[in-house]
Design a protein around this ligand. Structure first.
Ligand code: M6R
Length: 364
């Protein structure tokens, strides 16, 4: 049941420290600060390219993984939406690694893409939350998210557990290829091991998100901006808001602002910014100045240093716990989930059963 929580979605958001910890435990040794992937039926060292295929929120998890795998394993990664991939019928060199991310393991387009990749001699790896699902059964190997049953139509804990598995996979690929130093692996492991506690810390500030949400419930359009791994989090935030509050929202790479979306900005458009302190901080912060100069109402998610460094104070800002930039997308997923939830509550929509949506899309 929902326990003390009003909705499954809220319960599932609050379960994240626990299920992320449980998922990490399957691969991460916190004392040694190493990651051990389960034995796979193919050699990760000989993989020359990676393709990640998924739909919806799972596609955004794959989009974060592209940055991670390219960075720590120095492997080229392509990420595809399953419904586009399957009909494009792309040519594929035999021996590539194709990863299929799906909470349910039953999404029709993702399954069709898996069958296409098998027929085209790819190594296939499923990342699912349901071990006995079709996508798991038809893949050569499976990595499991231990999110437990996800009831809310809006995916939350499945997403963040997908992210931690993908982070571990990126490190595993990096090690297999000799692309990552022992020291970097230890640093990432340490950061991952601390993530559940950082999320738990942030969840205690739910009331601050509730406050921010009151100013967004009246908006007609909302923009989400981010760079690097913050970009897919912006896309995910926009999807969450659309799904459960029915407010039109768009996620953009912050660097794209000048190429079009800045034309939308006025004082009626809230702009949610994902901006941890990392090597791209200044770039995004300068986009924030441009938005504010046009009257945009910026909600700034950063850390203490990042909030402090902002030249003009934002309409609203939250300093999240400071984390290593590698794990920032996992932590920054939480405020966008909570924001969507509280905006939906303010609007009185059906959070767990949004109109027109099914939990699992098993037909096209
Ligand atoms: O079960 P899957 O992960 O394959 O589902 C993919 C999408 O249908 C799913 O993530 C959908 O976008 C959610 N409603 C997002 O909250």
């Amino acid at each position: 049941g929902k326990g003390q929580h009003r909705h499954f979605m809220l319960k599932e958001i609050f379960e994240q420290p626990e299920v992320i910890g449980g998922t990490l435990n399957t691969m991460l040794n916190p004392a040694e600060r190493t990651i051990t992937l389960p034995t796979l039926p193919f050699d990760l060292a000989s993989v020359g390219r990676v393709r990640i295929i998924a739909c919806g929120t799972s596609y955004y998890a794959g989009s974060v993984a592209k940055y991670w795998i390219e960075k720590v394993a120095r492997l080229p990664v392509e990420v595809d939406i399953a419904s586009e991939f399957r009909y494009r019928e792309p040519p594929m060199e035999p021996g590539g690694l194709a990863i299929f991310i799906s909470q349910s393991g039953e999404t029709a387009d993702t399954l069709a893409a898996l069958r296409y990749c098998r027929a085209n001699h790819q190594h296939t790896l499923a990342l699912v939350n349901v071990p006995e699902s079709t996508i798991s059964r038809e893949s050569e190997a499976t990595l499991l998210t231990l999110a437990g049953p996800e009831i809310g139509v809006a995916s939350t804990k499945a997403f963040t557990t997908q992210l931690v598995v993908l982070a571990c996979l990126a490190v595993g690929l990096g090690r297999a290829r000799g692309a990552i130093t022992r020291e970097t692996e230890a640093t990432i492991c340490q950061a991952l091991a601390e993530t559940p506690a950082r999320i738990a810390e942030f969840l205690r500030r739910d009331d601050e998100i509730h406050q921010i949400a009151q100013g967004i419930a009246e908006a007609r359009d909302v923009l989400y901006l981010g760079r690097g791994t913050g970009y897919p989090i912006a896309l995910e935030g926009a999807l969450k808001l659309k799904e459960i509050s029915y407010i039109h929202a768009e996620g953009y790479a912050a660097g794209e602002l000048k190429h079009g979306p800045i034309a939308l900005i006025d004082d009626s458009v809230p702009v949610i910014v994902i901006c941890p302190t990392d090597e791209l901080y200044e770039k995004t912060a300068s986009n924030v100045q441009e938005v504010m100069a046009r009257g945009g109402r910026v909600v700034f998610f950063s850390d203490q240093e990042g909030v402090g460094r902002l030249a003009t104070p934002a309409h609203a800002a939250m300093a999240l716990p400071t984390v290593h930039p590698f794990v920032a997308p996992i932590l920054y997923a939480i405020p966008v989930q909570l924001l969507a939830y509280h905006v939906a509550i303010a609007k009185g929509t059906d959070v767990d059963q949004p109109r027109n949506l099914a939990k699992s899309v098993t037909v096209e």
